[in-house]
Design a protein around this ligand. Structure first.
Ligand code: F6R
Length: 276
């Protein structure tokens, strides 16, 4: 696992966006796994900037991690006070780039048969050839997607009840500004499972701010546990990159080692150190 620390949110976002852009350039029809929330907004801004300079999304496919049950929009149609993740993706990324609507997938929170939908979603990811890069944030309770504490580390896409902490966090950052009452916000979500996430070929986790420092330290340096589902990153056998700002990295015990490894890898790439 590569743990990369950048000075601030902007630099963290740029680093993450560059990894995604590199993937798109080397494989124009790549499959991106995408996240919502406050953390990836800067990464999406960077990708939009790169698109204006020619980054082509015309063949890219996307699958989002999760959606509130009872929320969803038909992308591009008018909506009022819609707080779905589908709307978020449309506003923060999709409407600004040349991605085809039919290539974007956000779990359908309005599905009449959500359990069947979960299986369909898994099948669609498989049919698309699997996820090349999965972008992830981390919840205050250590969740990846909406895999709340106690979720099996081998879980698949399913319906998950949200914890009080997630409801509180997301109410503050998402629902409150739409003047929706706390008790009116959805209490369940459709979420990719941990095992679904770990099937991606590259897992890219980002986190910023002091608020995330403790949970990042637990996920990266603590025991692997279903109580902090993001700790499953330690089990992951593919390429894993964690990009943090200084604040989110501030509780890591082995920070000096991670900096050393980053420098060593760069020196190796530049040819100034060899393996012997
Ligand atoms: C969103 C998602 C969540 C968020 C997490 C952090 O699609 O999967 O796990 O990544 O709740 O949210 P923010 O970025 O708002 O702190």
């Amino acid at each position: 696992m590569d743990i990369i620390v950048r000075d601030n949110y902007e630099k963290m976002s740029r680093y993450a966006a560059e990894i995604i852009a590199k993937c798109i350039k080397s494989k124009p029809d790549c499959v991106l796994g995408l996240a919502t929330g406050g953390t990836p907004i800067g990464t999406y801004k960077e990708l939009i900037r790169m698109h204006k300079q020619g980054l082509d999304f015309s063949q890219v496919k996307t699958f989002n991690l999760d959606e509130y049950l009872g929320a969803g929009i038909d992308l591009g149609k008018p909506y009022d006070l819609d707080q779905s993740y589908a709307r978020f993706m449309y506003e923060e990324l999709f409407k600004h780039i040349n991605i085809k609507k039919e290539n974007t997938h956000v779990p359908d929170g309005l599905s009449k048969e959500p359990e069947k939908f979960c299986q369909w979603y898994e099948d669609e990811i498989r049919k698309a050839g699997g996820v090349d890069i999965q972008l992830l944030g981390i919840g205050g309770d250590g969740h990846w997607a909406f895999n709340e504490p106690g979720s099996s580390l081998s879980s698949r896409t399913r319906i998950e009840p949200l914890t009080k902490q997630t409801l509180d966090d997301n109410y503050e950052s998402f629902y409150k500004k739409a003047e929706i009452k706390r008790e009116q916000m959805p209490h369940f979500a459709i979420t990719m499972g941990i095992e679904t996430i770990l099937e991606a070929r590259h897992v890219l986790m980002i986190a910023n701010g002091k608020k995330k420092a403790k949970v990042i330290a637990k996920a990266l340096e603590g025991p692997i546990t279903s109580q902090i589902t993001a700790s499953a990153i330690q089990l992951y056998n593919g390429k894993a990159t964690v990009v943090l700002d200084q604040d989110a990295a501030s509780e890591l015990k082995n920070i000096e080692h991670y900096r050393h490894v980053e420098k060593l890898k760069l020196d190796y790439k530049l040819g100034s150190v060899s393996l012997h």
